[in-house]
Design a protein around this ligand. Structure first.
Ligand code: SAM
Length: 330
């Protein structure tokens, strides 16, 4: 078992409760863009008077053809929310979710069963790594991937693998973090309260007195959760913007790329920020505390957060949607 797999198994429930709802608007943004791209394909085909071809040769977005269901893969499906939303809007689709973590897949199964009649029946969940997908070449018409590429050992290799399982002309739709997220004011308050309780990290070795702010701004701040934070990245190279994310797709053999910058926004309250840190983002630390120590820390943290401007609790993380088509060349 890899560290990454063990980590996600451990944080799966916290992820489902605290983090998945925060980036749900971005997830739904990806689903909407996939639907738009497929609808545009359908319109183009209708205008051209082309007939649907079954199997690997057909263009992406063959709509509502019961004989040849749209084959969708969500790579790094996590708790399955994207699969559920995609399946809900596309009765023609047969979907596969692949993820490294059995814990995340168990929650995905639960969410798909709760999502609506027949949705779970159209979804298959597979435990595997993006590095070695257990599917033949050209198995899917559409591949989606949300907030996963920063976690794989090698982003280019993973993109090549996604390309392999996509049929020529098929659609790749990715949602990724963008470098340079500003820090959240509440994170500084959190660190200060930890320090006051003797739990802080203290300054990192080599930190200059004026180096902290720049470090936070460059690396995304403490509120990008640990699972997505720099410590866990073998590949710490989030794109600087959406156009660079699209350029990476082209280097991996995708054509007709499109790119869109966006911002993921979320407003914490002092209570939800505290719950987020306690039960998810800094769960290990909180779990190590004695009961009274946790009570004291929570009380002081809430008091400190309540004294902040509301803006200090407004999360704004830059994200990018980057789409491409598998080019026909090998
Ligand atoms: C940040 S979560 C995103 C989950 C989901 N796509 C979403 O938007 O909520 C990252 C997911 O990628 C999975 N993951 C990490 N590395 C992976 C790999 N190499 N192959 C497959 N899945 C991986 C994790 O288990 C986790 O479920």
């Amino acid at each position: 078992m890899t560290d990454q797999e063990a980590r996600y198994d451990r944080i799966a429930e916290g992820y489902a409760t605290w983090w998945a709802p925060i980036h749900m608007p971005a997830t739904l943004g990806l689903v909407r863009r996939v639907d738009d791209a497929l609808a545009a394909d359908g319109a183009r085909r209708a205008a051209a008077g082309a007939d649907a071809e079954p199997g690997a040769a057909r263009p992406a977005g063959v709509d509502a053809d019961a004989e040849t269901p749209l084959r969708v893969l969500d790579a790094g499906c996590g708790t399955g929310l994207l699969l559920a939303a995609l399946a809900d809007g596309r009765p023609d689709a047969r979907l596969t979710g692949v993820d490294l973590s059995a814990g995340m897949l168990a929650i995905a199964r639960r969410n798909l069963l709760a999502a609506g009649t027949g949705i779970a029946d159209r979804c298959t969940l597979v435990q595997a790594s993006l590095d070695h997908l257990p599917f033949p070449d050209a198995s899917f018409d559409v591949v989606t991937s949300a907030f996963v590429l920063q976690l794989v050992p090698n982003r280019h290799r993973a993109l090549r693998e996604l390309r392999r399982v996509l049929r020529p002309g098929g659609l790749l739709a990715t949602l990724v973090w963008v470098a340079g997220a500003p820090g959240l004011g509440a994170d500084e308050a959190y660190e200060a309260v930890l320090d006051a309780h003797g739990l802080g990290d203290g300054p990192a070795e080599g930190d200059a007195t004026d180096g902290d702010a720049e470090g936070d701004a460059t690396d995304g701040g403490a509120t990008v959760p640990d699972d997505d934070a720099r410590d866990d990245r073998d590949d710490r190279d989030d794109p600087l913007d959406a156009s660079r994310a699209a350029a990476r797709l082209r280097r991996a053999g995708f054509a007709r790329t499109t790119a869109e910058d966006d911002t993921l926004r979320h407003r914490f309250t002092p209570q939800t920020y505290t719950g987020f840190m306690r039960s998810f983002d800094d769960e290990d630390l909180w779990a190590s505390l004695a009961a009274q120590q946790a009570v004291d820390l929570e009380r002081d943290l809430l008091a400190r957060l309540q004294a902040l401007d509301a803006g200090a609790l407004h999360l704004e993380l830059p994200i990018a949607y980057a789409f491409g088509r598998r080019s026909p060349r090998p």
